[in-house]
Write a protein that binds this ligand. Structure first.
Ligand SMILES: *Cc1c(COP(=O)(O)O)cnc(C)c1O
Length: 380
């Protein structure tokens, strides 16, 4: 195979898989439930521009990001959509949030007053979300202290009260704690006057939540992140019926092959001393591209349809693999770190087990040095 057109390392983004995942998610969501697509951290490392574009083509019109800067990036691609900023806004970011009509998350009265004053001075109204801390201990007003803030939100003239939400701390591990958080949240929601409540998007669930979503009233929105990018939902969750397809594959190349004698030390700190003569291939990607150092001496990559072991330490720019059992390996060969190749596959879960990380982290750790190559792009 001629591989000379390929980079040293790249992430293949299969938009056709992404689209099928979106369609599957849409098909199981009950009517009237708003699909908020979480596209923070550059669309979980997939490239937010193309990701948002494809979501729009599939009829998804609400997005969530972590901060104002990300919100402005999405606004550029999605001029009409609602864009939720999930994290706190710094004072110096408020101006941009108002200008780009982002829906900001509020956790206290001072923030609400500041946004109200700024919007008034600009002759605008700003949509806001109220974040309730039901036991994550991160953002949001503590659930027992929410009432005065709710009253203030309703009273401040330049704030448009759009949504109320909470975030589960252990949706994938503790059904019991998730239920407790859900009840605390519902207690807050119940105290909002009906006329106001009827207009709100009310949401708590991320991809892993939703196991108790069947009792869904008054929930009318979900924030879906990792599932869209192909990570399978846990057993028994609302989305467990659908089997999403991985969107991203992570690949690199063999830059050099050589044979080292028994007793030679491999890579920094001599983390591996060879017990036999070894044919070593140098893969042109390292932790500077997104291979975790924890994968040293542990991970397996795919070359020519066979799994081969990583030996020695992952370094910034290179990683060594043992190709003694693969005499046909050649300089220029494609090396698959995550994804399918010639009937073999390394799942993101295996990559994470070797790399001591979680799938979210592995995806967003693929660095800027790694170009994203899109499959299935549509001309506009
Ligand atoms: C990231 C995030 C999500 C999406 O979570 P996934 O597990 O990727 O589905 C939802 N809500 C909030 C507040 C988040 O920060």
């Amino acid at each position: 195979m001629n591989t000379s057109h390929l980079p040293r390392a790249w992430a293949e983004i299969r938009l056709s898989h992404f689209e099928r995942n979106i369609q599957k998610i849409k098909s199981v969501l009950p009517g009237g439930v708003c699909y908020i697509a979480v596209v923070k951290a550059d669309g979980y490392g997939h490239g937010v521009g193309h990701i948002v574009e494809r979501l729009l083509q599939c009829g998804v019109h609400a997005f969530a990001v972590a901060n104002v800067r990300e919100g402005s990036d999405v606004r550029y691609v999605a001029p009409q959509s609602e864009i939720f900023v999930l994290g706190p806004t710094l004072p110096e970011e408020m101006e941009a949030a108002v200008a780009d009509r982002l829906t900001v998350a509020l956790s206290d009265i001072a923030e609400a007053e500041a946004f109200n004053a700024l919007a008034l001075s600009r002759g605008k109204r700003i949509p806001v979300s109220l974040k309730i801390d039901t036991g994550m201990g991160r953002m949001g007003v503590w659930h027992e202290a929410a009432q005065p803030l709710i009253e203030r939100l309703i009273a401040l003239p330049a704030l448009e009260f759009r949504s109320i939400f909470t975030h589960f701390s252990s949706a994938d591990t503790s059904l019991e704690y998730t239920q407790l958080q859900r009840e605390r949240f519902l207690n807050v929601v119940e105290k909002i006057p009906v006329a106001v409540r009827e207009k709100l998007l009310i949401h708590a669930d991320n991809s892993a939540g939703l196991e108790s979503f069947s009792c869904r009233k008054p929930f009318n929105a979900v924030r879906v992140g990792i599932l869209q990018y192909g990570l399978p939902p846990a057993e028994g969750t609302f989305f467990s019926k659908i089997s999403p397809e991985p969107v991203l594959a992570f690949r690199s190349r063999i830059g050099l092959i050589k044979t080292l004698p028994a007793g030679a030390a491999v890579s920094y700190n001599r983390t591996k001393i060879l017990s036999r003569d070894t044919r070593v291939a140098i893969v042109t990607a390292g932790y500077g591209d997104g291979i975790p150092t924890a994968a040293s001496n542990r991970a397996q990559f795919i070359v020519r349809g066979k799994r081969v072991p990583v030996i020695g330490r992952v370094t910034m720019d290179q990683t060594l693999i043992d190709v003694s059992e693969l005499p046909e390996a050649r300089v220029g060969d494609v090396v698959t770190l995550i994804g399918e190749a010639d009937g073999e596959a390394v799942s993101i879960e295996s990559f994470c087990a070797w790399g001591d990380c979680i799938p979210w982290e592995a995806l967003v750790s693929i660095t800027k040095r790694v170009p994203r190559i899109y499959e299935g792009l549509r001309s506009q």
